[in-house]
Design a protein around this ligand. Sequence first.
Ligand SMILES: CC(C)(COP(=O)(O)OP(=O)(O)OC[C@H]1O[C@@H](n2cnc3c(N)ncnc32)[C@H](O)[C@@H]1OP(=O)(O)O)[C@@H](O)C(=O)NCCC(=O)NCCS
Length: 160
Amino acid sequence: MSQMSGERPLRIRAVTEEDLEADLPRLVRLDADAFPHGPYPFFVLRQLVTTCAGLVYVVDDGTDLHGYVLGTPPNDAQSWVCSLAITPGLRGKGFGRLLMTKLLGQLRVKGAHAVRLSVEPRNDSAIALYRSLGFVPDPGGPRADYFGPGEDRLLMTLTP
Ligand SMILES: CC(C)(COP(=O)(O)OP(=O)(O)OC[C@H]1O[C@@H](n2cnc3c(N)ncnc32)[C@H](O)[C@@H]1OP(=O)(O)O)[C@@H](O)C(=O)NCCC(=O)NCCS
């Protein structure tokens, strides 16, 4: 993908161990912008990125990151998408879909048969994206207090 952010070309790349020290503070900032009411703390994001090595993709303009997605390695052929975020100014241009497509392809290569995720039940744009990729909501609707009191989440699954 070679779209421009201002003057800078954007590309999607995997986060590697060598990039981690430079990428991590940018990921933390990006996550806080995308999830102002509940970003991952720095240490959680570091541990997620480390345990999900090879399954973290970013939108990079050469100096900063504008989106990321993070999936878990398959366990019993099941993976989770733990985060997807595009920086506010770049939404609606296809990068969320690109990141998801990249991750889902890699999860398949690594042996995932089912991919799960949770989403805030009123997050219509994210739910529309997931549905269009084939994710199906769990029967029974959103799970009450899934992430703590008042934090309901809809769980969705993609199967082959
Ligand atoms: C959800 C999010 C990642 C989508 O990324 P994006 O780059 O804006 O999405 P895309 O441009 O790739 O659009 C993909 C699909 O999402 C849906 N979508 C995107 N924006 C939408 C909007 N404003 N309203 C309704 N659907 C929308 C559409 O189905 C769209 O498909 P289409 O282009 O074929 O119509 C982005 O809005 C975001 O970062 N939101 C804040 C963080 C968040 O909520 N993350 C998800 C947590 S579960």
